[in-house]
Write a new protein. Structure first.
Length: 113
């Protein structure tokens, strides 16, 4: 395997693991707000999403791992840098922003009721 391909494979693997990690955070956040078990972990989840959002803001809505992967690929595919189906890679930020927004709305409801 060529060096560029190996580096891209490593980036795709790390990027996918980060994506899985944030799915776990979102799952826990939904679990906590739906079951009304608001604890310190809920606030840690929100802080981690805030850090992710700030990172995307700083990098003009592009994941830094995508920028690094660009050095090793000229692919125009939406999923060139992550092990996801193309449609999910394309709409990932929209889907997860809506899910996070919904979780936060439920959290606000729980806090005021």
């Amino acid at each position: 395997m060529e060096n560029k391909s190996l580096k891209l494979l490593l980036i795709k693997t790390v990027h996918t693991l980060v994506w899985i990690f944030f799915n776990g955070i979102l799952f826990y956040l939904f679990y906590a707000v739906i079951t009304d078990k608001i604890d310190i972990w809920v606030w840690i989840c929100i802080a981690l999403f805030a850090i992710e959002g700030l990172t995307l803001l700083i990098f003009e809505n592009i994941c830094p791992l995508t920028l690094v992967a660009r050095k090793f690929s000229n692919s125009e595919k939406d999923n060139f840098d992550i092990f996801l189906p193309s449609w999910l890679a394309r709409y990932n930020k929209l889907i997860y922003s809506l899910l996070l927004g919904l979780a936060i709305l439920i959290l606000v409801y729980r806090l005021i009721s």
